[in-house]
Design a protein around this ligand. Structure first.
Ligand code: RET
Length: 296
């Protein structure tokens, strides 16, 4: 009436591809669900994370020592984060169709979504986001088992978070091919420092603490599996697009997750539930006042 355009007509629907079609969260949810191989790589992990939580609660219910409990709680939280992470991916919340920049091997790739061909590839960026929460918990458990100090624990955990966030940036950068790999290189440098801390510093700490028998196993499993993630990133559609199927890459990550999270978690908990002297610290461990907290 007064001559101004109705607000609703302004940029309400932003086309996500150059074909002008709009990809909704529902479309992405359906897209994932209809690809049985892709969907199973996610749902299997939701189930395994749930089973791991139940197994840990059952195995650790009689623990007494607060330090042993801290290790177990930290280990259990890895699977708690994992359930949320995979639910985000399966529901379409944390996945997007992204167009890769010029010069990228997948720059011309298209994806069939809701019966339409859309420019871009399916990026499961929620993985990288939630690794920033799950991997620090893995390191907290490993660092405590190794009996390391706060400085080394803090350094490993902050660099690990930096590794995940810069990995997320690598996956989400669509402006420039070069910058994707610049992020990747930055993330890899952080990763190598974390690997050094685990292999060298924590190994020495574990020998002093008398936990090197279990730490050796955990260290090898962790480092070998963790190297798989940047390799899959580089091989998949976000990297060199040598593996063109998003479902194969997703299964790759899922298998690494099964070993790096659930298998490692069970090994940690089975060691800790015996409450060996090497990991216990007494009732007043971590007390926040002069008074020894009550045993629950
Ligand atoms: C990225 C890409 C950029 C370079 C590097 C990476 C490393 C990722 C790692 C992930 C580990 C994840 C785990 C998840 C468990 O929940 C981000 C793939 C170095 C090491 C253990």
């Amino acid at each position: 009436m007064d001559g101004t355009a109705p607000v609703e007509s302004v940029a309400q629907h932003v086309p996500l591809s150059s074909h002008g079609s709009e990809v909704t969260q529902t479309d992405l949810f359906q897209h994932v669900l209809e690809d049985t191989l892709l969907a199973s790589s996610l749902y299997v992990n939701i189930a395994l994370a749930g089973l791991t939580i139940l197994a840990i609660v059952f195995l650790a219910k009689d623990l007494v020592d607060p330090r042993a409990k801290l290790i177990v709680v930290s280990t259990m939280m890895i699977s708690v984060v994992s359930i949320a992470s995979y639910t985000g991916l399966a529901s379409g919340l944390t996945v997007s169709i992204l167009e890769m920049p010029d010069g990228h091997n997948a720059a011309e790739f298209t994806t069939m979504v809701a019966g339409e061909e859309v420019d871009g590839v399916l990026t499961m960026w929620g993985r990288y986001l939630t690794w920033a929460l799950s991997t620090p918990l893995i390191l907290l458990s490993l660092g405590l088992i190794a009996g390391t100090n706060l400085t080394k624990l803090f350094t490993a955990i902050t660099l690990d978070i930096a590794m995940c966030v810069t990995g997320l940036a690598a996956a989400l950068t669509t402006s420039s091919h070069g910058f994707r790999w610049f992020w990747y290189a930055m993330s890899s440098i952080f990763f190598l420092v974390v690997v050094y801390i685990i292999l060298v510093e924590w190994q020495k700490d574990a020998e002093k603490a008398g936990t090197d028998d279990i730490f050796k196993k955990l260290k090898i499993l962790t480092v070998v599996m963790w190297f798989g993630y940047p390799i899959f990133w580089a091989l998949g559609v976000e990297g060199f697009a040598i593996i063109e199927s998003v479902a194969y890459t997703s299964w790759g990550y899922s298998i690494l997750d099964i070993i790096a999270k659930y298998v490692v978690s069970m090994l940690i908990v089975l060691y800790v539930i015996d409450e060996p002297d090497t990991i216990t610290a007494g009732d007043d461990y971590g007390a926040t006042s002069e008074v020894t907290p009550a045993d629950d």
